[in-house]
Each structure stands twice: as structure tokens, then as C-alpha cells.
Design a protein around this ligand. Structure first.
Ligand code: ADP
Length: 294
């Protein structure tokens, strides 16, 4: 499973990512964590990123894209991954698309955790207090001033990704204002529906393919019958009942062989799937008409 977690700082991406890691046995790739590690280790990337991060700015796209490209090559990411904090800009999302495409990989979903901005400062303050209690080092960008800068950059640079993934039919929006447990349950429910809708759709496409073949045969024999006047379904009494049935079953079969069935239906409640089915039904009718004209 390959996922993206989208949401402003304090939305709960880290918490939910950890739970997904356990549930699906995949790795969490957090660019923030990776960059903090690079800063701590004083690597060349860390030296470049340090000041930008401290004031809540964004590290250059090239750097983070490079980090992610390298990281998803690692064997532990083969089973899948959750991207947390990446992509953060549209160019990063486009780079990710190219990267995945070049490796023949697909993204399952971009999960957006939607939260009220007014709750975020409180959440981050609570996180800081807990970290202090545990004696952990507090992030230097977890201050009210820097947080407001990070929020502003989320709004202008990252939020457009909601539209980006919605257009690609990958977006799943979860109410991040619910309790942690509820959010987890909701994410699991939606992801289960996505996985389930992918599987039967693949099976369905085989079924659909054989139905289409049957439909074509039925249409073909009717056309031939029209040309020759020799109706194969004609009974000895001259009834054409069986033949009359053919176009109906053909239409039915062709209808079920929607584009949506060939392309796995991505979301349980997606209207476009129904639209595709309708379109396929229409094109099947066109074929019937065309053939009838001949
Ligand atoms: P949060 O989501 O809580 O703001 P992160 O831990 O994801 O924090 O990131 C911390 C900082 O690391 C960001 O403010 C930014 O400076 C840098 N960073 C992380 N990911 C990216 C990214 N994809 N592109 C640019 N900068 C990033």
C-alpha cells in the first residue's frame, strides 16, 4: 500500500502514520524526520536545511525529491510506504508521479486530515508540553511564531494538493477533529473499501471481457441474420423469440462491461464509475445501431 498523508502541522499525520505502519507493515517516510536527522548529523543536506527549517520555510524541492527518490529504493519500502510531509508543493507532487511511474508503482490514496486551524496551536502546544514531560528534545520550529509561518506555507503551497489529488481521484478526506481512535477507524474503513473495490473490479473485468465476447457474438449473429435473412434462433414455428432476446442480452452484457469495470473502480461511492458505466452503455447502443444500419 502506498499512501500520502496530507494535513497542516498538528493535524495528526505522525500519529496516524504510526498506526498505519503497524497495521499494514509498511514504512513511514517523513521528510521532516529525515531532514531533522540530516541536520543532527550535519550532512551537506542538513547544513542547507537547518536555517530554513528553523524559521518554518520550505527546503528546496530538489533536496526533498532527492531524499525521497533515494529512500523509496530501499528494500524496506518495497512492501509500501506512507509519505508524511511529502509532497508539500505541486512540483513535488508532479515529481513523485514521475518517480512512481518510472518504477511502475501506483499510489493508493492521498489521505487528507482536515482540521480547524483554531485547534492546531493548542495541539502543538500540548505536543510540546508532553515532549518536555518525557524529557525529549523539543523541535525548534514548534513555537507559536514559527507555527503560524508553517501554517501559512501549508495554506498557500500544500493545500493545492487537495485539489491535485482530488482531480486524480486519489483523495480521501477524513475529519481530523475526531478523537485519535475515531480518525484511525475512519482511515481504516476507507482504505479497506479502496482495497476491496480494487480487487473485485479486476475479477469483474475478466467476467466482463467474456460477457463482451458473448455480446459481440450475439450482435454478430443478428447482423448476419439480417443480411442473410437466416435467423439462427428461428424456431420451426417461425418464431424469432430467441433472436429478439439477443440484442437485449447483448446490451445488458455490454452495459456491465463498463469502462469502470475494465479500469478498477477506485472508490466505493464514486459517481464517475456510474457515469463510465452509462457511457459504456451508450457506446454499446451506438455499436448496435451501427451494426443494424449495415
Ligand atoms: P510539520 O508537518 O509539523 O510542519 P515536518 O516534521 O513535516 O513538520 O517538517 C518540518 C520542516 O521540515 C518543515 O517546516 C520544512 O522546513 C521541512 N520539510 C519537511 N518536509 C518538506 C518538504 N516536503 N518540502 C520542503 N520542506 C520540507
Amino acid at each position: 500500500m502506498r499512501l500520502i498523508l496530507l494535513g497542516p502541522p498538528g493535524a495528526g499525520k505522525g500519529t496516524q502514520a504510526q498506526r498505519l505502519v503497524h497495521r499494514h507493515g509498511i514504512v513511514q517516510l517523513s521528510t521532516g524526520e529525515m531532514l531533522r536527522a540530516a541536520v543532527a548529523a550535519q550532512t551537506p543536506v542538513g547544513l542547507k536545511a537547518k536555517d530554513i527549517m528553523a524559521c518554518g520555510g520550505l527546503v528546496s524541492d530538489d533536496i526533498v525529491i532527492g531524499i525521497i527518490a533515494e529512500r523509496i529504493e530501499q528494500p524496506d519500502a518495497a512492501k509500501g510506504f506512507i509519505l508524511d510531509g511529502f509532497p508539500r508543493t505541486v512540483p513535488q507532487a508532479e515529481a513523485l508521479d514521475r518517480l512512481l511511474k518510472s518504477k511502475g508503482l501506483k499510489l493508493d490514496a492521498a489521505v487528507e486530515l482536515r482540521v480547524n486551524e483554531s485547534a492546531l496551536l493548542q495541539r502543538v502546544e500540548a505536543r510540546v508540553a508532553q515532549m518536555r514531560e518525557r524529557g525529549e528534545e523539543v523541535r525548534i520550529d514548534d513555537t507559536p511564531e514559527v507555527l503560524s509561518k508553517r501554517l501559512a506555507s501549508y495554506r498557500t503551497l500544500t493545500e493545492p494538493l487537495v485539489h491535485y489529488y482530488s482531480e486524480k481521484r486519489k483523495l480521501v478526506t477524513i475529519d481530523g477533529m475526531m478523537t485519535i481512535e475515531h480518525v484511525t477507524r475512519e482511515i481504516n474503513r476507507v482504505l479497506a473499501a479502496i482495497t476491496a473495490s480494487d480487487k473485485p473490479a479486476k475479477k469483474a473485468s475478466h467476467k466482463a471481457a467474456s460477457k463482451v465476447a458473448a455480446a459481440k457474438r450475439a450482435l454478430g449473429s443478428k447482423t448476419a441474420a439480417r443480411k442473410t435473412g437466416n435467423f439462427p434462433g428461428k424456431t420451426s414455428s417461425g418464431s424469432t423469440k430467441a433472436v429478439k432476446k439477443a440484442p437485449k442480452s447483448a446490451r445488458k452484457a455490454a452495459k456491465s462491461t463498463s469502462k469502470a469495470a475494465k479500469k478498477p473502480i477506485r472508490r466505493a461511492s464514486r459517481k464517475p464509475a456510474a457515469r463510465n458505466a452509462k457511457a459504456a452503455g451508450k457506446s454499446a447502443k451506438k455499436v448496435t445501431k451501427k451494426r443494424a444500419k449495415r
